[in-house]
Design a protein around this ligand. Structure first.
Ligand code: AMP
Ligand code: ZN
Length: 157
């Protein structure tokens, strides 16, 4: 549940300080130490799940924790917009190839004010399909894997 070498687990344990925004039994929100913009918040579960793929869904308490994380992302986004932001980016990386540097699941909630120079990290259109058939092939493969996992986990559908 906790990794003694994980910086976010150390923050949860109080061994490393943070600028706390909210804490409950399941979740913690605090300011990013290298903010993209002032007010950049990280929302994390208090369980050491490295990536979103690692979130377990067998036990009710894990589902509850994961739901609370998503709820808090929403509340932080609302709070930033109620205060000073005119929008937010919610960013989330899984794995080093995706830019994840801290292997403890976290959501970046980044306040935007409309005329700031920050650009989204994604580049739309970079992965254009060579043909309609190739696009259909991706949809079919991904849909099959999604259906298999949903069947395995038996949560929805
Ligand atoms: P990612 O690259 O998505 O894994 O994001 C990790 C984030 O954690 C980065 O934005 C870091 O600035 C942030 N971070 C790392 N250590 C700390 C810390 N001690 N307190 C607050 N934020 C941190
Ligand atoms: Zn951790």
């Amino acid at each position: 549940m906790h990794d003694p070498n994980c910086v976010f687990c150390k923050i949860i344990a109080g061994a490393i300080p943070c600028a706390k925004v909210f804490e409950s039994e399941n979740v913690l929100a605090f300011l990013d130490i290298e903010p993209i913009e002032k007010g950049h918040v990280l929302v994390i579960p208090k369980r050491h799940w490295p990536c979103i793929m690692d979130v377990p869904v067998a036990a009710a308490e894990d589902i509850e924790c994961a739901e609370e994380v998503m709820y808090l992302v929403r509340v932080v986004a609302k709070a930033l917009c109620r205060d000073f932001a005119t929008g937010v980016n919610v960013l989330q990386a899984n794995g080093p190839c995706a830019g994840q540097t801290v292997p403890h699941l976290h959501f970046h909630v980044v306040p935007r004010i409309g005329c700031d120079p920050v650009q989204p990290v994604w580049r739309s259109g970079h992965g254009q399909y060579a043909s309609d058939a190739e696009r259909a092939g991706y949809a079919t493969r991904i849909a099959a894997a999604v259906a298999t996992i949903i069947k395995e986990e038996d949560l929805i559908g």
